[in-house]
Design a protein around this ligand. Structure first.
Ligand code: G6Q
Length: 550
């Protein structure tokens, strides 16, 4: 595949031609030439404010990007998703996570299913159950109330609830401690089991398929631990301490969890889009149904904006198209997420899955090779911590890596001074990355420090900052459930828009299958089974592990 192949697209050709000159622009000059740049290139929707003025683009660039989006029939593709068309074509499925947060009457009807009725019936059951656990009415096998909730799940059945439970910890029930176990590495489960008591713990086995190796292994080990340490008989222990979230009733029953303790969802909910479904049960337990409802409402507000606003005023579309410009026309291969909110610690990892599993693909939905680069590498950390680690590379490294800064204007603590210090750093980093530091500024500084010409000449190149490094600034009033819902939905739709531009099916993930199949073979060999055919490196590693095991 030649990534430089040019698709037959007038908008794409125009953008390529335009990029020839745009590559030489400096954002300092763009700001100097237009005092209204900030007000022209910022907007607010569903409580989320976006400043995208610190990108290397102008009004004409944006026009061309919107033309590309129109050429790709973005609006029709979006409407098809919301209407329940089977846009996940390799799995023959609709993609309806938006129906999970819509008022009942707005959910589409599928041929075999009244989506709104099913969604709201599960929400009612989740609400009843979470009320019982939170109030202390739901008791463990010896009559004590539940103090610890352990979610066992991985990937989409882990990252969303874990990220959101952490982000909204200041809204959480004071008694219930949330734990998330995902890794097949037994150290993960072991560390949690050491902190909890069987009689006061509730396990949620969260797995869409209920066949995922990591989750099933952890669930079986947790079940054995409960029965071995709990003094509960198998039936009572499981009934009071294990619930399941899944689409696979048969496997849940087979595991020993009764149907009344299973919260279902449906094949049209993709794993990485499943936080809004029963996969959000640990969140509803932590937050209560009121705040969980606010989370859904925030996401729905962003859905409405995405569906109703013109492309030029559409937050997810703008965020996506700035990304397309950076990726495909300026050639930047990575994108960093800097969350200036400690409680968003897991947000970069969540976005890694959302964007890279959705759009990390080389084949279009019609099976043809893609004709341009697709998802950049997504990575990030919290601010200000990242500043003291890898921001050196962002400021002066040989690669240009655009960033999304995400911050809340108001804190949910009242420690004096911290919030101003945090926001000052956030805004300063974006300013420094854009503006840089020029030779005359550095020379003046060095002169003032008393250095002679020779000393100045030595230090000058090290102290220069080229600047012109793009970033978006995303601001919330405060990290509330509503704001988090809107923020997540913003990125979901950004991901969808980019998938449309790149002609991808953003809702399958065949790339994870090969490693799973090979791991099953190697696991049998590690356990003493016959050797399979491998390259010499893999065979050598297996032999090494077998020899060295105690
Ligand atoms: C997400 C992926 C993947 C999935 C996990 C867990 O979009 O499909 O991350 O969520 O593999 O799958 P189960 O929920 O079936 O255990």
């Amino acid at each position: 595949m030649n990534i430089a192949d040019i698709p037959a697209s007038p908008a794409h050709h125009a953008l390529q031609a335009h990029a020839q000159s745009a590559r030489n622009w400096h954002m300092r000059d763009l700001f100097a030439a237009d005092p209204d740049r900030f007000s022209r290139m910022s907007l607010e929707a569903a409580g989320i404010f976006l400043d995208y003025s610190k990108n290397r683009l102008d009004a004409h660039t944006l026009q061309l990007l919107f033309a590309l989006a129109r050429e790709k029939n973005l609006a029709a593709r979006r409407d098809a998703m919301f209407a329940g068309a089977p846009i996940n074509n390799t799995e023959g499925r609709a993609v309806l996570h938006t129906a999970l947060r819509a008022p009942r009457e707005l959910a589409p009807q599928l041929a075999q299913q009244d989506v709104g009725a099913d969604v709201h019936s599960v929400l009612t059951r989740m609400r009843r159950f979470s009320d019982q656990v939170r109030s202390g009415q739901w008791r463990g096998y010896d009559g004590r109330i539940i103090t610890d909730v352990v979610n066992i799940g991985i990937g989409g059945s882990d990252l969303g609830p874990k990220m959101a439970a952490h982000a909204l910890r200041s809204y959480s029930h004071p008694r219930l401690k949330m734990h998330f176990v995902s890794n097949v590495d037994g150290h993960d489960l072991d560390a949690v089991l050491q902190q909890i008591e069987p009689a006061t713990s509730l396990f949620i086995v969260a797995s869409k398929t209920f066949t995922t190796i990591e989750t099933m292994m952890n669930a079986r080990s947790a079940r054995a631990w409960l029965l071995a340490h709990g003094g509960a008989d198998a039936e009572a222990g499981l009934a009071k301490h294990f619930v399941a979230v899944s689409t696979n009733l048969a496997a849940v029953t087979e595991f020993g969890i009764a149907p009344e303790n299973m919260f279902p969802f449906w094949d049209w909910v993709g794993g990485r889009y499943s936080l809004w479904s029963a996969i959000g049960l640990p969140l509803m337990l932590a937050l209560g149904h009121g705040y969980f409802g606010d989370l859904l409402a925030g996401a729905h507000a962003m859905d409405r904006h995405f569906c109703e606003a013109e492309l030029e005023q559409n937050l997810p579309v703008i965020l996506a198209m700035c990304g397309v410009w950076n990726r495909n026309y300026l050639g930047f291969g990575a994108h960093s997420i800097a969350c200036y909110h400690q409680d968003l610690a897991h947000f970069p990892a969540y976005l890694q899955q959302l964007e890279m599993e959705s759009n990390g693909k080389s084949v279009r939905s019609n099976g043809q090779p893609v004709q341009q680069a697709t998802c950049p590498l997504i990575w990030g950390e919290r601010g200000t911590n990242g500043q003291h680690a890898y921001f050196q590379l962002l400021h002066q490294g040989t690669d240009i890596i655009p960033l999304d800064f995400i911050a809340a204007l108001n804190a949910s603590h009242d420690l004096p001074g911290h919030q101003d210090a945090l926001l000052a750093n956030c805004f300063a980093q974006a300013e420094a990355l854009m503006r840089g530091k020029q030779e005359d500024e550095v020379r003046a500084e060095l002169r003032q420090a008393g250095m002679n010409e020779t000393q100045q000449a030595q230090l000058l190149p090290h102290k220069l900052f080229a600047g012109n490094r793009p970033s978006n600034m995303i601001l919330l009033e405060m990290l509330t459930p509503h704001a988090l819902g809107a923020l997540i939905a913003l990125y979901e739709h950004k991901t969808f828009v980019q998938g449309v531009i790149w002609d991808l099916n953003s809702f399958d993930q065949w790339g994870v299958e090969l490693g799973k199949a090979l791991a099953a073979t190697i696991q049998r060999e590690l356990a003493g089974g016959a050797a399979a055919a491998h390259d010499s490196s893999t065979a050598g590693l297996i032999a090494r592990a077998r020899q060295a095991r105690f």
